[in-house]
Design a protein around this ligand. Structure first.
Ligand code: GTP
Ligand code: MG
Length: 432
C-alpha cells in the first residue's frame, strides 16, 4: 500500500494533484483544513484488513471503514512528522561535521550533499563519511537505521513482515472470529479459517460453510421407509420420549398403527413409562416394557413382524444404577438395533462431547438433535456432529407433536444455522 499526503490552497487543486499523481484508483483516507489550505491523505491499494493489522489496538475501536481510514491517516501523519524530525537531525549532524572538517582541513567535505538534496534520500549516507569521522559514526548509523525503519512504516512495509501474508492472516483471524460467533469451537474455527489462503472475508466465510456442510453427515432415508429397530439414548430431559412420540405420530399418520410398536427399557424410575403409554393409547400402538421377566431380546423377538420398533430408554448418567445394564443390553442384542444419541442443541459443546463419551458403548449409529428452537446459535451442534462423525437422522425444533420433527439434511441445517446467527446479530444490534 502506498500512502501519500497532498497539500494545496483549495480542495479542487488538492484533488487534481491526487488524480495526476496517484491516478483514479487512489482512496482518500482523510481531508482537513490546515493553515493556508487543505490537506488530503491518500492511499493506493488500500487494504482494510492490513490497515487493521497495522493499527493494532486502535483498530478495535474503529467499527467502520471511514473511522479506520482516519486513524490510518493520523498514524501516517505522525510517522511523516517523525521522519521530518529525523531528517532535520541528520542534517544538523552533517552540518556540524562539515563545519568541523572545514575548521580542521580548511576545505568543504565534498561527499556530503547540501541539506536540500537530502530531502528524498537522507538515509543514503556514504560509508566512508562515517569511517573518516568516527566521532559521528555511531550517531549517524543509529539515525540511518531509525530513518529507514520510519520509511518502512510510512510505506506500510514493515521489515520482516510480508504484507500479503499479513493481510491473509488478518482475514483468517476475522474469519475464525466469525466462525466462533457462529458457535464453532476455537479449534474447529481455527482449522477451517486456516484453509482460506486467499481472497476476501466473505469468500472465506462461504468456503467454510461449504466445508461444514460437507463435514456434517446425515441419514439418507427416513426410519419409517427403511424400517427396523431404533433406540434413543441420551441424558435426562434431552427429548427422547417426546421425539419417539413425534416419530410414532408421523408413522401412524402415514402408514397406520399396525406395523409399529414402542418399547421402553426404563424400569429404573417411578412412573417412568407413563408418557410413552399415553402416546401408545392415543395412537393405538402397543407399548412393551423391558423388566426382570421380559428381556429386550424376548420382546423384540415377539415384535419381529412389526416394520418399525422404537425403543425409549432412561436418561441415566454413568454413576446411576442401571446405566451400564441398559446400554449393554442394547449393544449385545441379537437384533440389529440402530441406537441414536439424543443431544440438545442448547447444551454446551463440552457437555455434548462428554455425553457422547458416556453413550459410545451403546454402538451409536447416529444422533437426533433436539431443541434447535431454543439454541441461540447452532454452530455448537454442527461442530459436535462434525467432530464425532455421528450422522444426524432428525432434528426437532419445538414441543409440538408431530410437527416439530424434521428429517435432517446438511445444507438446510447449515443454512438454518446462518439464519440463526443473523437473527442473533440483529437482536444484539437493537440491544446496543
Ligand atoms: N423447546 C423444545 N422442547 C423440547 C423439544 N424436545 C423435547 N422438548 C421438551 O423437553 C422436555 C424433556 O423431554 P423428554 O422427551 O421428556 O426428555 P427425555 O429425554 O425423555 O427425558 P428422560 O425421560 O428424563 O430421560 C419436555 O418438556 C419436552 O417437551 C424441542 O425440540 N424443543
Ligand atoms: Mg423420557
Amino acid at each position: 500500500m502506498k500512502v501519500k499526503r497532498f497539500f494545496a490552497q483549495s480542495m479542487a487543486e488538492a484533488l487534481r494533484q491526487v488524480r495526476d499523481q496517484m491516478g483514479p484508483e487512489a482512496v482518500i483516507l482523510s481531508n482537513r483544513r490546515v493553515d493556508g489550505g487543505v490537506e488530503i491523505v491518500t492511499a493506493l491499494d488500500y487494504d482494510e484488513n492490513m490497515a487493521r493489522q497495522q493499527l493494532g489496538d486502535a483498530a478495535r475501536q474503529a467499527t467502520n471503514g471511514s473511522r479506520l481510514a482516519e486513524l490510518q491517516a493520523e498514524q501516517h501523519r505522525r510517522l511523516e512528522d517523525e521522519l521530518g524530525r529525523s531528517r532535520e537531525r541528520i542534517r544538523e549532524v552533517r552540518e556540524k561535521r562539515a563545519l568541523s572538517d572545514s575548521r580542521n582541513n580548511g576545505a568543504y567535505a565534498g561527499d556530503i550533499r547540501p541539506a536540500a538534496d537530502m530531502a528524498g534520500a537522507s538515509d543514503m549516507v556514504p560509508e566512508e563519511t562515517a569511517v573518516a569521522n568516527p566521532a559521528y559514526s555511531g550517531e549517524l548509523a543509529q539515525m540511518r537505521a531509525e530513518i529507514s525503519s520510519l520509511r518502512d512504516l510510512v510505506s506500510g512495509h514493515h521489515r520482516g513482515a510480508e504484507p500479503e501474508k499479513t493481510a491473509v492472516n488478518a482475514v483468517q483471524q476475522r474469519l475464525a472470529e466469525r466462525l466462533q460467533e457462529f458457535g464453532l469451537g476455537h479449534e474447529l474455527a481455527g482449522s477451517l479459517s486456516r484453509r482460506h489462503r486467499a481472497g476476501r472475508l466473505e469468500d472465506g466465510w462461504k468456503q467454510s460453510l461449504k466445508m461444514l456442510a460437507a463435514g456434517v453427515k446425515t441419514a439418507r432415508t427416513e426410519w419409517a421407509e427403511e424400517g427396523g429397530v431404533y433406540a434413543l439414548v441420551g441424558p435426562t430431559g434431552s427429548g427422547k420420549t417426546t421425539t419417539i412420540g413425534k416419530l410414532a405420530a408421523h408413522y401412524v399418520l402415514a402408514h397406520g398403527a399396525d406395523s409399529l410398536a414402542l418399547v421402553t427399557t426404563d424400569r429404573y424410575r417411578v412412573a417412568a413409562h407413563e408418557q410413552l403409554f399415553v402416546f401408545g393409547r392415543i395412537l393405538n400402538v402397543p407399548v412393551r416394557v423391558v423388566d426382570e421377566s421380559h428381556s429386550l431380546d424376548d420382546i423384540l423377538d415377539e415384535l419381529s413382524d412389526r416394520h418399525l420398533v422404537l425403543i425409549d430408554t432412561a436418561g441415566l448418567t454413568s454413576t446411576d444404577k442401571g446405566y451400564e445394564e441398559q446400554l449393554t443390553e442394547l449393544a449385545r442384542s441379537h437384533h440389529r438395533i440402530r441406537t441414536h444419541l439424543v443431544v440438545s442443541a442448547t447444551s454446551q459443546p463440552r457437555i455434548m462431547k462428554s455425553v457422547w463419551h458416556c453413550y459410545k458403548m451403546a454402538n451409536l449409529s447416529g444422533c437426533v438433535m433436539t431443541k434447535i428452537d431454543e439454541a441461540l446459535t447452532l454452530g455448537e451442534a454442527l461442530g459436535f456432529v462434525m467432530e464425532t462423525g455421528l450422522p444426524v437422522a432428525y432434528y426437532t425444533d419445538g414441543q409440538k407433536i408431530p410437527e416439530d420433527l424434521h428429517h435432517a439434511e446438511a445444507v438446510p441445517l447449515v443454512r438454518l444455522a446462518v439464519e440463526r446467527l443473523k437473527k442473533l446479530q440483529q437482536q444484539e444490534a437493537v440491544a446496543v
